[in-house]
Design a protein around this ligand. Sequence first.
Ligand code: SAH
Length: 226
Amino acid sequence: MINREHDGLARRGIGMTSQRTRERLIQRLYEEGLSNAHVLEVIRRTPRHLFVDEALAHRAYEDTALPIGHNQTISQPYMVGRMTELLLAAGPLDKVLEIGTGSGYQTAVLAQLVERVFSVERIQGLQDRAKERLLELELRNVVFRWGDGWEGWPALAPYNGIIVTAAASTVPQALLDQLAPGGRLVIPVGSGVEQQLLLIVREEHGFSRHVLDAVRFVPLLNGPLA
Ligand code: SAH
């Protein structure tokens, strides 16, 4: 279900970039295989140009990753949609943990599709900007933590879904520990150019593990950074 109360978001988006450019992006994502109508609708209404520097705003509706400073990137819309679809594929989720807030774009998409989002970022400057953007868009069901994503957010565990938007060298044990029964973890794993998107589901006994697409993310680093 799309949360209907987020009207501020639709208002803010209107007129700031051409609606046609956005429709083209949605059409392209659909052709590339995204199929969850709720997810596509949320991407259509989320003003991605507010999540990048003004100088790059004209490229915000291209299906590419873009720089957001601090050597980080805003994820490609296709990948945001793909990971969100994987997370939601077994039904609606109430508590979702996100590792790697970055610009807050993926956070904003999630916030419109699940009950509550808990988002961890190690670079405080990025987190501060992301917080401002989500407030501006009246997305209030998100809480932020400055910290090391390798540790997850144990105090508020367990989570029905966990999404990691940076590539981990191995699957962090803390994240497995913090998955609720039936919970789903979507995470890119690998180093350099050899990365794969994994879906890990907490079953009654142990975990099932599905190896999906070859992907390219910035690395999941160690420890918080001011
Ligand atoms: N979903 C974000 C993607 C940002 S890129 C967006 O669309 O904007 C990945 C993010 O992960 C970066 O902001 C980076 O600082 C963060 N990151 C990397 N290692 C981390 C760690 N150990 N803990 C928390 N965040 C981390």
